[in-house]
Design a protein. Structure first.
Length: 67
């Protein structure tokens, strides 16, 4: 599955790389919301996908912090 590979890639990264990935995902989400508000966004399902990716990144960061 695509999501399992993505999570495995996240787990292989360091905390600094995960934080960079999180910042990039949040910027992308902001841009998608902005495009949606101005009716320029064609693929609205991308917002949901990015939100879930942010949650996955935060989960991996929390798991690494607890380990």
């Amino acid at each position: 599955m695509k999501t399992n590979k993505y999570v495995e890639e996240l787990r292989a990264k360091s905390a600094a790389e995960l934080n960079e990935e999180l910042v990039a995902a949040k910027k992308e989400l902001f841009n998608l919301r902005f495009q949606n508000a101005t009716n320029q966004l064609e693929n609205t399902s991308r917002i949901k996908e990015v939100r879930k990716n942010i949650a996955r990144i935060q989960t991996v960061i929390a798991q690494q912090a607890n380990a």
